[in-house]
Every structure is written in structure tokens, then in C-alpha cells.
Design a protein around this ligand. Structure first.
Ligand SMILES: Cc1ncc(COP(=O)(O)O)c(C=O)c1O
Length: 304
């Protein structure tokens, strides 16, 4: 897909191989960039973007926290994403808009530099590979999740992902798939790029946003779907040890979708396979994103 794909860069559609920026781009040196991860799914009415409105709102809020003056309105950003999907003629794809302080004046202060925006698309099917209903193997990372006293954790900012990347490397070098991160108080926050849920005695539980977790759009979708299915849920702190004896543990995110965890720190979670509640949520989520559920169709933006 990649070589033939056009990338939207500040209003111009450029070839994948020519989508280049200057080596002194501020965002590259000082991580002054914010981005989104969105998915487009095939439906019987053509491709549809899942929760575009909410992703754009979060992007604009991330920009705000980094004092970025965007050259595009929310409407223009949405239209540009739709245009990029149309021109590339894709059905299912991952969409990555990014806003960053560009090339101009070096030094920690980003403000003299123009804020640029680009939108790229790619296939992202095997974000974290799993086999059938077998859960992922994970560790609890020794890297503590960054805290909102250091960086605005609710901004989906490149800077935050250095923390995530170190935890992911630690997991992969330990021979497992992913890492779970704890906050400065030792409470469970999320995966490196996913929110976390546990199930205990039929109760679905996810940590509050005050834990430092990103306000995940899949997380909020799962809570609405759970409510619709009559699954009880609670938003409250989860301690590390509660993970080990939970009935189910799973991660949610745009890229990951809903992925069960079968083992944490070499302890098998229940039978190590996707549990009953995760399966129910996965089934309805898949129906919704592919436009097969009328009640939740409002979450889809059709391309044509
Ligand atoms: C740190 C982090 N937490 C949670 C999520 C899940 O968010 P969403 O469901 O909006 O993709 C992501 C992915 O964007 C993430 O990077």
C-alpha cells in the first residue's frame, strides 16, 4: 500500500516517498508534536471513519496544551482526512494526523516556528499479534508512567511516547508482547498505547483518568457498549496485585482494538484466553465499526 499512498502535508497531497521535512524540525528535536490515531473501516456503505469527531476534538485539545496555533479549523481537518482517504481509495486503514512545530528557529522555545499538519494512512492489521483467543503475554514495566506534573498526559503528544517506547522495548526484550504501566502511586494506568480493563466477579473496571490514563476513545466506546449490554462497570483505581487474580484483563485502543491479556509477569490470568465479557464487547465493537449496528451508527463518518 505504502509506495502508492499520498500523504496530506499542509494542504498538499504528496507521494509517500516524498513526504519529507527538514532535519532541524523542532518537533523532531524537542518532541513538540501532537498526533491522533484513527481508524477507517469497510462497511456495506463504503469506508467509514470511527468517531472522527472525538478524535479531532482530542487533537485540537492536545494542540491547545502545547500552545499550537493551528492553521486549520476542526471542519477543515475532518475534510482533509476524508479527502486523503478518498484520494487513496482505501477501505480499511489507520489514519495518523500529526501537528508539529516545524523548521525555523532552534532552541527549546517552539513558539517562533510554524505549526505544520500532515495526515498519513496505512494498513495496521497486526498492531500486537495474537493467536486466536489466546491472550497476550505482558509484564508490568519498571518504567513509571509520566505524571501530569511533568507533562500534560491528556495531550496525545509525541513527548509522552518516549516513556511508552521504553516500556514497550523492555517488554519485547523480556520476550513478551506488551507492558502495563503503573503511576507514581503504584496504581495501574494503561498499556504503552492502550487503556486497560479488568473484569472481577462480572464487574468491568478501568482506572480513572486521574490515574494518568489517556482519555481513550475506544475506552469510552467500550463503556457505552458495556452499558448497552447491561454489563456493570466501575471506574476506579486498580492495584498491581488485582491484575493477577482478575477474571479477565484486556487492553483497548484504536490501533489495538480489544486485546485480551493471558499472562502478566508469568502469572496466567484465568485460563489465559479471551474471557466471556471481552468476547461480548469485541463482537459488538466489530459490528459497530463495520456499520452493522444502527444504534451506534452515529459514531461513523461515511466517506462517500
Ligand atoms: C497511551 C495511550 N493510552 C490509550 C490509548 C487508547 O486511546 P484510543 O482508544 O483513543 O486510541 C492510546 C492510543 O491512542 C495511547 O497511546
Amino acid at each position: 500500500m505504502k509506495d502508492k499512498t499520498k500523504i496530506w502535508m499542509d494542504g498538499k497531497l504528496v507521494d509517500w516517498n516524498n513526504a519529507k521535512i527538514h532535519i532541524l524540525t523542532h518537533g523532531l528535536h524537542y518532541a513538540t508534536a501532537v498526533f491522533e490515531g484513527i481508524r477507517c473501516y469497510s462497511t456495506k456503505k463504503g469506508p467509514a471513519i470511527f468517531r472522527l469527531e472525538e478524535h479531532i476534538k482530542r487533537l485540537v485539545n492536545s494542540c491547545k496544551m502545547y500552545h499550537m496555533t493551528l492553521e486549520y479549523s476542526e471542519k477543515e481537518l475532518k475534510e482533509s482526512i476524508i479527502e486523503t482517504i478518498k484520494i487513496n481509495n482505501v477501505q480499511d486503514c489507520y489514519i495518523r494526523p500529526i501537528c508539529y512545530y516545524g523548521y525555523g528557529k532552534m532552541g527549546v522555545n517552539p513558539l517562533p516556528n510554524k505549526v505544520s499538519t500532515s495526515i498519513a494512512l496505512w494498513d495496521w492489521e497486526d498492531h500486537i499479534k495474537t493467536q486466536g483467543d489466546k491472550g497476550m503475554r505482558v509484564i508490568v514495566s519498571s518504567w513509571i508512567k509520566i505524571d501530569s506534573r511533568s507533562l500534560p498526559v491528556h495531550a496525545k503528544a509525541s513527548a509522552n511516547y518516549a516513556n511508552s517506547a521504553l516500556a514497550r522495548i523492555e517488554a519485547l526484550k523480556s520476550g513478551v508482547d506488551e507492558a502495563i504501566m503503573l503511576n507514581m502511586s503504584g496504581m495501574v494506568v494503561e498499556g504503552t498505547a492502550e487503556n486497560i480493563f479488568i473484569v472481577k466477579d462480572e464487574m468491568l473496571v478501568t482506572p480513572p483518568l486521574t490515574s494518568g490514563a489517556l482519555d481513550g476513545i475506544t475506552r469510552s466506546s467500550i463503556l457505552s457498549i458495556a452499558q448497552h449490554l447491561g454489563i456493570n462497570f466501575q471506574i476506579c483505581d486498580i492495584s498491581r496485585d488485582e491484575l493477577y487474580y482478575a477474571d479477565e484483563v484486556f487492553l483497548t485502543g484504536t490501533a489495538a482494538e480489544i486485546k485480551s491479556i493471558g499472562e502478566i509477569d508469568k502469572i496466567t490470568i484465568a485460563n489465559g484466553r479471551t474471557g466471556k465479557i471481552a468476547t461480548k464487547l469485541q463482537n459488538l465493537y466489530n459490528q459497530i465499526v463495520h456499520g452493522n449496528n444502527e444504534k451506534f451508527e452515529k459514531w461513523l463518518t461515511y466517506i462517500h
